[in-house]
Every structure is written in structure tokens, then in C-alpha cells.
Design a binder for this molecule. Structure first.
Ligand code: ATP
Length: 235
């Protein structure tokens, strides 16, 4: 589904990604792990066109998307839930969801999609007319995911969905993502600093350190790898 090869990106002189290769299989959950500053966020931002690649390629289902604009990528099936969630706090829950579906230009879907998101996240339905600023951290994360799903993605990029959430809330969100994958075959690329949470749901994981990939294996093998855990993960 997604093939990243030799990807280099950064900010001015800072090389946040320094030749990263990554393959994400269709229908899989792949975790991107590593400590603060490893380049995880930059990897997602470069895949979704928000940061320009300086070298390397990104392919989606075989098509080169390295220099595509973010809005084209949404149409091609990539949705990105940024760190810090990125919902628009002045808008209601329902308005935020509809916003996520606007690029599709499919009016009937706006209605059915919103209903689908409410069945995935019942807590949001009760708050549909409230402004997003009144939501708890967990509800905001659900809303951000719901908004991304409104663009009917094939590939969902998630940046630290469990950041700042109570463990139970984080587990609930992760469980929803897992059932979504099982039901719809959605492909997920999940950035997490909390390696335990990510490895519990992921099929595969890569570990980044200072912009380079230092491990790439099944989630089960990585969870059992003491060397990697001690050197690069906080677990
Ligand atoms: P975090 O979990 O803190 O977001 P990360 O693994 O996602 O960490 P990145 O945010 O991708 O890492 O950062 C990689 C490197 O790029 C770091 O050295 C960081 O300081 C630098 N960096 C990130 N964003 C910017 C920016 N807007 N301008 C300059 N440097 C940046």
C-alpha cells in the first residue's frame, strides 16, 4: 500500500529524516516508534505532503506521490490525524466531522458518514451540537479520528493518538482502531512514543532514531527485543 524509500526531509539545516525506507502492507497496522525528536512526526508530515521531501520517494499503491499536494493526497485516500489533534474548537462536533468530508464533494456521504462516525464513537453523538472546545481530551481525539475517516481514507496516519490521555481512554481508542481495521481493511500508520500501547495493536513496527531507521520487525519480535527496548524505547 505504502512504500517509502530513501526519504530525506528536514527544516533548514536540520535533517529530521535521513534516508528512511518503510513498507506498509495493505490492511496492516504499522507502528513508528522512537524517542522525542527521532523524526516520527516529520515522517508522517512528509508522507502527507506537509513537509517537502529533499530526496527519496513515497509511493501509494504503486503511484509516486512524493510531490503531490496535501489536498490531492486526501483525494487519493490518505488522511492524517496530527499530533495535538487539530480539531477546530470553535465548531461543533458535527461541523468538524462534515469538514473532514468536504474534499470528496459527495453530499449524501456527509450525512451517512456522520451517522457512521456516531456509531463508531457513541460519545460524540451525545455531543453533536456542542463546540469541540467543550470536549474532553479523549473525545477530541475521537473527533479528530472521525474527521479524518470522513474523507474515506485507505491509509490513516495517526500522530500520537494516546498522548495525554488516561490509559483507559487510550486503550478504548486503540480498540476502536483495531475493530475498524478488522471491519474495513483500513491501513494504519501509527506514530507513538508509548511503545507498549503501539506494539499491542501493531503487526509490524519500525524504530527511528535521529532520523534513521534502527529497527524494522514484527511487533511481537520488537516487544521481545531487549536491546532495542533499552536503547530506543521508553518501556
Ligand atoms: P516528537 O515526538 O517530539 O514530535 P518526533 O520523533 O516526532 O518527536 P520530529 O518532530 O519529527 O520528531 O522532529 C525531528 C527533528 O526535527 C528534531 O530534531 C526536531 O527538533 C526537528 N524539528 C521538528 N520540527 C521542526 C521545525 N518546525 N523547525 C525546525 N526543526 C524542527
Amino acid at each position: 500500500m505504502l512504500e517509502v524509500s530513501g526519504l530525506v526531509a528536514g527544516y533548514g539545516p536540520v535533517r529530521a529524516l535521513d534516508g528512511v525506507d518503510l513498507t506498509v502492507a495493505e490492511g496492516s497496522i504499522t507502528a513508528v516508534l522512537g524517542v522525542n525528536g527521532a523524526g516520527k512526526t516529520t515522517l508522517l508530515r512528509t508522507i502527507s505532503g506537509l513537509v517537502a521531501a529533499k530526496a527519496g520517494t513515497v509511493r501509494l499503491a504503486g503511484r509516486d506521490i512524493t510531490r503531490a499536494a496535501p489536498e490531492d493526497l486526501v483525494r487519493q485516500g490518505i488522511a492524517h490525524v496530527p499530533e495535538g489533534r487539530g480539531v477546530i474548537v470553535e465548531l461543533t462536533v458535527e461541523e468538524n466531522l462534515k469538514l473532514g468530508g468536504l474534499w470528496l464533494r459527495d453530499r449524501p456521504w456527509l450525512k451517512t458518514g456522520v451517522a457512521r462516525m456516531f456509531s463508531l464513537f457513541p460519545a460524540l453523538e451525545q455531543r453533536r451540537r456542542r463546540r469541540a472546545e467543550t470536549l474532553s481530551g479523549g473525545e477530541r481525539q475521537m473527533l479528530a479520528i472521525g474527521r479524518a475517516l470522513m474523507s474515506r481514507p485507505r491509509l490513516l496516519l495517526l500522530d500520537e493518538p494516546s498522548l495525554g490521555l488516561a490509559p483507559r481512554t487510550a486503550a478504548q481508542i486503540v480498540a476502536t482502531l483495531e475493530s475498524l481495521r478488522a471491519e474495513t481493511g483500513l491501513t494504519l500508520l501509527l506514530v507513538e512514543q508509548n511503545a507498549g500501547t503501539a506494539l499491542s495493536v501493531a503487526d509490524r513496527a519500525v524504530v527511528l532514531n535521529l532520523g534513521r531507521k534502527v529497527a524494522d520487525d514484527t511487533a511481537a519480535s520488537l516487544a521481545a527485543d531487549d536491546r532495542v527496548r533499552r536503547a530506543y524505547l521508553e518501556m
